[in-house]
Design a binder for this molecule. Structure first.
Ligand SMILES: *[C@@H]1O[C@H](CO)[C@@H](O)[C@H](O)[C@H]1NC(C)=O
Ligand SMILES: *[C@@H]1O[C@H](CO)[C@@H](O)[C@H](O)[C@H]1NC(C)=O
Ligand SMILES: *[C@@H]1O[C@H](CO)[C@@H](O)[C@H](O)[C@H]1NC(C)=O
Ligand SMILES: *[C@@H]1O[C@H](CO)[C@@H](O)[C@H](O)[C@H]1NC(C)=O
Ligand SMILES: CC(=O)N[C@H]1CO[C@H](CO)[C@@H](O)[C@@H]1O
Length: 390
């Protein structure tokens, strides 16, 4: 069953590729792309302004966070940060974010999650399969993040990579080292188990070891000591939630631990998976509910604010990490700020609106329609993948 799904998806995807390349669509896509470029160049200047404004006083967008331990801060995260639902992917339903990883960082996101696959010997960020959605190489992704970190020296960033093809740490490590981002890699005092007291952000910033990297799952390799096996440090709530009342604070992984309470007391950091998927044959992000799902309200069923507060209360400590789809909607940052008790500075404003083909022109919408059909078939495979990987 699975191979025929993949074959069908592959065939449809190549058709989609052809329709995108066809001349009747070429003209108008080009003008939309030019518009997107203008937007991004204004983003780029806002980013450098943000860096200048941040200066030496704020750490992760607030002076109040500088002297707080890394694990006593809620780091807001973008789930599947390389899988975009934008013009570049014809607004595919396989996309989980409207804006890319560096735009996310400038908007305040400090945790980037991605799936990593081996595609003919190259580590690529693909959604379940590289046939479905290929978000580019790990090298390109890390280089972009390194450039952002170079320009924003007071910011601590966390990566959470899913090792979908069970690669060795050295395969990841060689890309970290060749891009130079390894120089920012932080190695904790224990590389084999949970750490109850992490350094403050200021300590990480002063040492310029501002990148914390977790990989699920990987065998630790002392040649790349900063690549940390996720489930030795972090526990997670359930993912693949399909009902707005399905979010809770119960430990789902690692299965070696009994409960959230025992994880917390052993020094593990809690991660909330706060993204809603649709049910049925096809599983995809529940976009119709995204405004509620990402809302900071603590009294709305299914909102990020409600799950964040519930877990902080149940665990006796706030969640260290939270992952959402379409981070700009909500905006999800509001819940992290609420939990951290800060008023943020130095962020780039990103629209909280959903990005759709109709907002970027009718011709694009026709291209998107083709992509949509393809993605719908592809999601049959994604539905399986969602339960295998994050
Ligand atoms: C995000 O897009 C901007 C241009 O809009 C680009 O400069 C940047 O490198 C991209 N980031 C990533 C992670 O691809
Ligand atoms: C965590 O940070 C809060 C806010 O600054 C502080 O009140 C609390 O004591 C800190 N907890 C720990 C364990 O350091
Ligand atoms: C990778 O880079 C890190 C940080 O710069 C360094 O400590 C480590 O030795 C490098 N590993 C290899 C195998 O070169
Ligand atoms: C927590 O939520 C998950 C996903 O909705 C569900 O499978 C699990 O049964 C829930 N656990 C409890 C104790 O409610
Ligand atoms: C997955 C999910 O819970 N979807 C809900 C989204 O919101 C609509 C109403 O707007 C519900 O009917 C869906 O069940």
């Amino acid at each position: 069953m699975l191979p025929s799904f993949i074959t069908a998806s592959a065939a449809l995807l190549s058709l989609a590729g052809l329709s995108q390349a066809s001349p009747q669509f070429g003209q108008s896509s080009t003008s939309s792309i030019a518009t997107a470029t203008r937007v991004s160049s204004s983003t780029a200047s806002s980013v450098s302004q943000a860096a200048a404004a941040t200066g030496t006083t704020a750490c992760n967008n607030s002076p109040d966070l500088c002297n707080r331990n890394y694990n006593n801060i809620t780091h807001m995260g973008a789930h599947d940060s390389a899988f975009l639902r934008d013009q570049s992917t014809s607004f595919t339903v396989a996309g989980n974010q409207f804006y890319n990883a560096t735009v996310a960082l400038s908007a305040g996101i400090r945790l980037l999650q991605a799936q990593v696959h081996n595609q003919n010997g190259v580590l690529e960020l693909c959604h379940t399969s590289c046939v479905l959605l290929d978000g580019g190489s790990l090298e390109t992704f890390l280089s972009a993040i390194k450039a952002w970190m170079d320009a924003n020296p007071n910011e601590v960033v966390t990566l959470l990579l899913v090792n979908s093809d069970d690669e060795d740490a050295s395969t990841f490590g060689s890309v970290f080292n060749s891009t130079g981002i390894s120089t920012y890699g932080y190695t904790p005092t224990s590389t084999t188990g949970p750490v109850a007291t992490w350094p403050t952000l200021q300590t990480l910033i002063t040492a310029n070891t501002r990148l914390v990297t977790f990989i699920a799952s990987i065998t630790y390799d002392s040649s790349y000591p900063f690549l940390l096996p996720e489930f030795d440090f972090v526990f997670e709530t359930a993912f693949g939630v399909t009902s707005t009342d399905g979010f809770n604070c119960t430990l789902s992984r690692p299965t070696s631990l009994d409960s959230s309470a025992s994880a917390i007391s052993a020094g593990y950091m809690g991660l909330l998976n706060h993204f809603l998927d649709t049910t049925g044959l096809i599983s995809e992000p529940a976009i119709d509910n995204i405004t509620t799902t990402n809302a900071a309200s603590t009294s709305t069923t299914g909102s990020l604010g409600a799950q964040g507060e519930e877990c902080a209360s149940e665990w006796g400590t706030k969640p260290t990490f939270m992952l959402v789809d379409f981070f700009n909607v909500g905006p999800a940052m509001d819940t992290a700020d609420q939990l951290n008790g800060i008023t943020a500075t130095g962020r780039t404003t990103v629209s909280t609106a959903e990005l759709t083909a109709s907002t970027t022109g009718a011709a694009t919408q026709m291209v998107a329609a083709g992509g949509f059909r393809v993605a719908a078939v592809a999601m049959g495979v994604l539905a399986l993948g969602n339960f295998v990987w994050l």
